[in-house]
Design a protein around this ligand. Structure first.
Ligand code: FAD
Length: 508
């Protein structure tokens, strides 16, 4: 690359001949100036100068990547802010979990680190490039992306350890028998980091993460053999259909009915389901129904009488959130997941994994926001100094970090317990703690979002530019406080679960 002196660059200081230096590189902006979103006038002011500081006051580092074609040479000045290499771990304090093994951890080992590195590389290559534009346009992920996640067994990894991993080659060279819930958590974390929680990430088969476990844990053998491989390969999509217009928190209040035909061979299903994630593009619906025996779970295939209509949320259409209508849908009795009339237990058991996975994603998304805030507070100058030099801003950062790390620690402790308990024991022993954990987590994301908005100012409520990730987070983080059990309901559940084991002889 040609080298210029600072004096040479300084000669190109008029609109018709406009060069500048950004972090050691020389840019010719003459033809670009009129297309500059912030106006040409701004660029005229930095013509012939070193504009590194001005650039970082208004732009994200990745903008340099986008406009690499405008670089015409370099100066002898050493680059201060090189772009991080692909799939690297951030060096910003608190931007990464202990899974990066920067400090000793009782939970993570080299296998987790290798998995994290490999899945981050996958996400950077296959997911991040679509994340923002697809979310903006409300487009669901391409078939190629979903298949690529299948080929690399990422869909399978999001269902935790178990026989479904047998014989599969996992990212990072992790052996299926070594795969544990910490690996699974890392998969959720990396997808949330690359794709934005409750945004594009929701489209990446998050319905599968909640719709497939009932089939895996309670489905008959034929169902597992037929349905699971096509789902884990990314060929087919599945979702969880429990909520209805008249029954959200009150699951027992569902009214979607399944009546057995006189020959006892089929159910006829009639009813509606609301807010079903991935419902618009799912092939299978793991559905809660009510019949004479009580609540049951049925696997319903997209067929005659199944209609899905998109619901517009404050997230993105990429999630495929659906209003589902079942009209006289004929479902074979073999499609029962678990026993007839025992669906409530299936639903409750399934909630634990869903809620725990939501915490994994939310911690990762909050961590990314902390990183964004740290960077912004360091590079944004106000009243003659960087934001982070203001004690009030350091207080806000400190609050965010302290809350995040507290939730992270509890979630890792529960994850460890999951590695030691079987599915039934998890259901019995962890439903209460996971419910309380999810509540604590969404209070944390609330604080992180609130503080991040104050740190970023106007940019936090601007959908493009420096603060766009904050804008998305503050718009969508409340999803976690409602989905999979609203905060109030979870606190109540957490305490009720403890009361079940409250010692009868305990007295003050
Ligand atoms: C974007 C999105 C995606 C979703 N994805 C799915 C999905 O894939 N599958 C699925 O089955 N469902 C899904 N849901 C539904 C979700 O689980 C419900 O919205 C949630 O359970 C709350 O139900 P509700 O909205 O009907 O609120 P309601 O039950 O009407 O409750 C309203 C509010 O009242 C409060 N409340 C309720 N009961 C009590 C109580 N006993 N004590 C105190 N306060 C109480 C809570 O704060 C609650 O937020 C999704 C929802 C959304 C918005």
């Amino acid at each position: 690359m040609q080298e210029f002196t600072v004096a040479e660059v300084a000669k190109h200081n008029v609109p018709k001949d406009l060069w500048c230096i950004i972090d050691g590189n020389v840019y010719n902006l003459t033809d670009f100036a009129d297309a500059h979103p912030g106006s040409a006038v701004v660029l005229h002011k930095i013509a012939g100068k070193d504009a590194t500081s001005e650039f970082y006051s208004f732009h994200r580092q990745e903008v340099l990547k986008k406009y690499a074609r405008l670089v015409i040479g370099k100066t002898a000045v050493l680059q201060k802010y090189p772009l991080p290499p692909p799939a690297s771990f951030s060096k910003v304090p608190y931007a990464e979990t202990l899974a990066t093994l920067t400090k000793p951890s009782p939970f993570y080992n080299q296998s987790h680190l290798a998995f994290k590195r490999a899945i981050r590389a996958f996400c950077e290559e296959n997911i991040a490039p679509d994340a923002e534009s697809f979310a903006k346009l409300g487009k669901i992920p391409t078939r190629e992306t979903l298949l690529a996640m299948g080929e690399t067994n990422i869909h399978a990894c999001r269902l935790g350890p178990g026989p479904h991993l047998k014989g599969r080659t996992l990212l990072g060279g992790v052996l299926p028998e070594d795969f544990d819930y910490f690996h699974e958590a890392i998969a959720h974390e990396e997808i949330a980091r690359a794709a934005g929680i409750y945004c594009y990430a929701e489209g990446l088969a998050s319905g599968m993460m909640i719709g497939a476990p009932p089939v895996l844990k309670f489905g008959p053998a034929w169902m597992k053999e037929k349905v699971i491989p096509s789902i884990l390969s990314g060929e087919k999509m599945i979702c969880l259909a429990i909520s209805e217009p008249g029954a959200g928190s009150d699951v027992a209040g569902i009214s979607c009915e399944a009546i057995k035909t006189p020959d006892g061979k089929h159910f006829i299903v009639n009813g509606t389901k609301k807010w079903i994630t991935n419902g618009t593009f799912s092939h299978y619906f793991t559905t809660a129904v009510k019949g004479t025996a009580g609540i049951s779970m049925l696997l319903i295939e997209r067929s005659d009488g199944v209609e899905t209509e998109a619901i517009k949320t404050s997230g993105t259409g990429s999630a495929g959130t659906a209003y589902v209508t079942f009209t006289n849908v004929k479902v074979p009795v073999e499609n029962l997941i678990g026993k007839e009339g025992q669906g409530f237990a299936v639903i409750m058991a399934n909630f634990n994994h869903e809620r725990w996975g939501m915490v994994a994603s939310a911690c990762s998304a909050a961590r990314f926001i902390v990183e964004e805030c740290f960077k912004w507070a360091t590079q944004r100058k106000v009243f003659g100094k960087s934001l982070v030099e203001q004690p009030v801003i350091r207080y806000k950062l400190g609050q965010m970090i302290a809350d995040l790390e507290a939730v992270q620690s509890w979630y890792e402790a529960i994850t460890y317990q999951m590695t030691k308990l079987d599915y039934k024991q998890q259901t019995q022993q962890l439903a209460g703690p996971i419910a309380l954990l999810k509540y604590r987590c969404t209070r944390m994301t609330h604080l992180v979002s609130d503080n991040a908005v104050q740190i970023f100012g106007g940019r936090a409520i601007t959908a493009t530019g420096m603060g766009r990730h904050i804008e998305q987070f503050q718009r969508t983080n409340k999803f976690g406080a409602i989905l999979g059990g609203a905060e109030e309901v979870l606190l109540d559940l957490g305490v009720r679960q403890s009361m079940k084991v409250y010692p009868k002889d305990a007295r003050l």
